[in-house]
Design a protein around this ligand. Structure first.
Ligand SMILES: Cc1ncc(COP(=O)(O)O)c(C=O)c1O
Length: 445
């Protein structure tokens, strides 16, 4: 175990790393450096304990420091550190695909490996276009995404996503032919809903309007997150996803669920599709697949999609796509060990057991100063704060910083505080997270 905290870095030593999705100057003036982790906790470089309320970054679902994963990775590195999967294979890649197919929503038993959520999204979009072409519908190239959607940072994912910052900065370089559904966040109707909001299923009907505008014959796929995380935890209204599914079916449009954050037990079933009883045609995953230990993503496809590609000369490559590190043996070993833990400890369904306690705990923040909404589902929670006049995000950032100072790591997007703890969390740790957040919100203007 890496028991010894690493020494703190001097300011000059912080310069070279251009940090992702970070306020670099703020961070480097006041760094928050993590040195080790175990179970539900991190320790900072100066030895301070921090409770992890976000599973790292929505990925460490089985908690930190899982020895079985370390051992599996070490053994794989000692046996075969790399093997190509272009025109070659190695057994545990197939074993992992089979294991994933066994826990997937109905019919999603074909698996394409990537290295991240962003790659999974771009892979799914490419599969959708190539699928229609393979069936003689090559004119179906459009995508429908959703406002406030987040699908990673590739050009495809950014284009179908609905994040204003992406559209403002990279708008002119986006994939053409993309339109967007309205988002489903509406505090006027749904503030403080417990679980899924009841108002808003009709927003799915906007898809019919977009189909009427573009014509179904031009649309390849609709992509949505069953629960959006990055835009501040947005839940699907009851019946909304089913309605999307019906409209897609009627119009021969593929439905893609981006389950990068909802996959692997977060909602109380292996995947949100199972929690909501709606199955997509393609499903993108990453994060919890390896418990965050090794980068890896996976795209699940309905068998009919895979089968549509299996035509033409047998020695021809059917899908012109892949990554050097697709099904990297070390990632496969980490994922198999992770699945063993999930299954042995019942973690893929534990969120459902804890959800009522979690819901009560996060909703205890209703009525706290500046709190304008509380949202929850499975082991996901969000507290939305009123924005300071002219300074969106400032209050949320202060709350995030103060929580960290007081020993709890949450995630902040704008003025939303998001929580997605490891699925091993105990009730006393739920209480600690919510107590800390309550105090911090009370102490923040
Ligand atoms: C829904 C969703 N899709 C895609 C991504 C991108 O994943 P990655 O950062 O692994 O590329 C994320 C990341 O948070 C996500 O939440």
């Amino acid at each position: 175990m890496n028991a010894q905290p690493k020494p703190a870095l001097s300011p000059a030593e912080l310069d070279a790393f251009w940090m992702p999705f970070t306020a670099n100057r703020q961070f480097k003036a006041n760094p928050r450096l993590l040195a080790r982790a175990d179970g539900m906790r991190y320790w900072t470089v100066d030895g301070r304990e921090v409770l992890d309320a976000v599973a790292g970054l929505w990925c460490v679902n089985a908690g930190h420091g899982r020895r079985e994963i370390t051992e599996a990775v070490t053994q794989q590195l000692n046996t075969m550190e790399f093997a190509p999967t272009f025109q070659m294979g190695h057994p545990i890649a197939f074993e992992l695909a089979n294991r994933l197919a066994a826990i997937a929503p109905p019919g999603m038993d074909r698996v394409f490996f990537t290295n991240s959520g962003s790659e999974s999204v771009d892979t799914a979009l490419k599969i959708a276009i190539a699928y229609h072409r393979a069936r003689g519908a090559g004119q179906r190239t459009r995508f429908i995404g959703r406002e406030k959607g987040y699908h990673g940072v590739g050009f495809g994912g950014m284009s179908v996503g609905g994040m204003v910052n992406n559209r403002k900065i990279f708008g002119s370089s986006m994939v053409p032919g993309v339109d967007h559904l309205p988002h489903t966040l509406d505090l006027g109707h749904n503030a403080f809903s417990r679980g899924l909001p009841h108002w808003g299923a009709h927003l799915a009907n906007e898809l019919e309007r977009l189909i009427a505008l573009h014509d179904a014959s031009t649309i390849a796929a609709v992509i949505v997150e069953p629960i959006a995380g990055s835009a501040g935890v947005i839940l699907p209204p009851v019946g909304y996803l089913k309605r999307l599914r019906e409209i897609c079916d009627k119009n021969d449009i593929l439905l893609i669920f981006d389950e990068v954050i909802t996959g692997f037990g977060r909602t109380g079933k292996p995947f949100a599709a199972q929690s909501f009883d709606v199955t997509a045609d393609l499903m993108t995953t990453a994060k919890g697949l390896t418990n965050g230990a090794v980068p890896m993503g996976a795209v699940f496809a309905q068998r009919k999609i895979y089968d549509a590609f299996m035509q033409g000369p047998e020695n021809a490559i059917e899908l012109f796509h892949g990554y050097t590190y697709s099904a990297h043996p070390v990632a496969c070993a980490a994922a198999l060990a992770t699945l063993d833990i999930y299954e042995r400890e019942g973690l893929l369904t534990r969120a459902a057991t804890l959800a009522p306690k979690w819901e009560d705990a996060v909703h205890s923040l209703r009525g706290a100063k500046n709190v304008i909404d509380v949202r929850n589902y499975g082991l996901i929670g969000a507290v939305e704060l009123d924005s300071r006049a002219g300074k969106p995000g400032a209050r949320g950032f202060d709350v995030f910083l103060k929580c960290f100072e007081r020993g709890v790591m949450v995630r902040q997007t704008g003025d939303v505080i998001a929580m997605s703890p490891p699925l091993i969390i105990e009730e006393k740790q739920i209480a600690r997270i919510v107590e800390t957040l309550t105090e911090v919100i009370r102490d923040t203007d």
